[in-house]
Design a protein. Structure first.
Ligand code: GDP
Length: 360
């Protein structure tokens, strides 16, 4: 699938850069253009591999918006024409989809991404998806509250919002901040493979996935989730049959970008590896298993020929918003929003002491 990427905010820019770099290093050429947008100049200066655009300079003078996502929204609204103008040539006629990438817990990306998606939908005919990063459990209440509002609006505006929970793809015991590099690497590899899987080389066989299958899986709208797992391939085809089942199970049950999100309206299973090592029966069996497990009647499946000594399973779930995990997150965001409001009300009340007189 040929994609144009637009990162908004710090996390958005860093992840966009990793994705563009992975795609280039692998020679996939799925990423057609990549741009990072931010209201904080230093965050843009640390990016080397993507084009950058500063917004909101008249309001915040390149200093960013802190955690104020309402300001992030306002800035994007004011500067959106300039941003759209900067996309000329980056979103080409070859692009089959646009992905807007952002961390939903901050300010610029959280507030700006939904506005940008809204405007892109008016201008382009191709699907506009969001790749949203959710704050981990231990990130503060402001992050949770910001992410809740951003997610709600993104889900309304985007054709589908692919969610990555910051708690998902890092090692146990590693702090979220320390793990950003690891998480970003995994996002780049997994989402990068998804983009590239629709790009498979011509003439390798009819079982190869194409872009329309990715797009049709995401047609369910709402929230989408990506899972991945891989194991060493064997020379023995019976062993590979078991490996395909085993990596498919792991991809869905322990390897998803949102833990425990297993119910979906539609799903796509891509088995990546050397074509002669991918057992047809194994792929079909794993696809049927995925159908049972997700309760979806629309499970697509296919191969992605890749020169590797491993067999990998990539599972894309479309329409996964009914999952407990998403409900749990929205609840957390509501609680955080509520706590933030009561906290704001409290200090004044605490100082209303009848025994003291005001100065004037
Ligand atoms: P913005 O620049 O105002 O949009 O704010 P950020 O992009 O820093 O958004 C903050 C949220 O993104 C928080 O939930 C952070 O944990 C998360 N975040 C920041 N940097 C990264 C990163 O490099 N990788 C990942 N996965 N998350 C990040």
């Amino acid at each position: 699938m040929k994609v144009a990427l637009i990162g908004v905010g710090q996390a958005g820019g860093k992840v966009t850069e990793r994705l563009a770099r992975f795609d280039a290093n692998m020679g996939f050429e799925a990423v057609q253009g990549a741009l990072a947008i931010n209201s904080a100049k230093p965050d843009l200066q640390s990016l080397e591999f993507v084009d950058t655009q500063l917004i909101g300079a008249d309001r915040v003078n390149g200093h960013g918006v802190g955690g104020d996502n309402e300001l992030g929204t306002e800035i994007m609204q004011s500067d959106v024409q300039q941003v759209l103008g900067g996309l000329d040539g980056r979103v080409s006629s070859r692009s089959e989809a646009i992905f807007v990438v952002a961390g939903l817990g901050g300010g610029t990306g959280s507030g700006g991404a939904p506005v940008l998606v809204h405007h892109l939908q008016q201008v382009y005919d191709v699907p506009v998806y969001a790749l949203g990063i959710l704050p981990g459990r231990n990130e503060g209440a402001l992050y949770q509250a910001n992410a809740g509002r951003s997610l709600k609006t993104l889900a309304r505006e985007a054709d589908s919002t692919l969610l990555i929970d910051n708690d998902s793809w890092h090692e146990q015991g590693e702090s979220v901040e320390g793990a950003f590099e690891t998480i970003n690497g995994k996002i780049a590899q997994r989402v990068g493979l998804l983009f590239a899987s629709g790009e498979a080389v011509d003439g390798v066989g009819e079982s190869v996935v194409d872009s329309s299958e990715v797009i049709n899986t995401l047609r369910a709208g709402g929230i989408s989730v990506l899972g991945y797992a891989s194991e060493l391939a064997s020379e023995d085809s019976a062993t590979n049959l078991q490996t395909v089942m085993s990596v498919s199970r792991q991809a869905l049950l322990t390897g998803t970008s949102m833990p425990d999100a297993t119910e979906a309206d539609s799903a796509l299973l891509v088995i990546a590896g050397q074509p002669d090592l991918i057992p047809r029966k194994g792929v079909e069996k794993a696809r049927r298993w995925l159908e049972d497990e997700t309760g979806s009647m629309q499970v697509r499946g296919g191969d992605f020929p890749l020169d590797s000594d491993r067999l990998g399973a990539l599972v894309l779930l479309g329409g996964a918003e009914r999952s407990d995990r998403v409900d749990e997150f929205m609840e957390r965001a509501r609680e955080a929003k509520h706590a933030e409001e009561t906290e704001r009300a409290d200090p004044a009340e605490e100082l209303t002491d009848d025994r003291l007189e005001n100065l004037f």
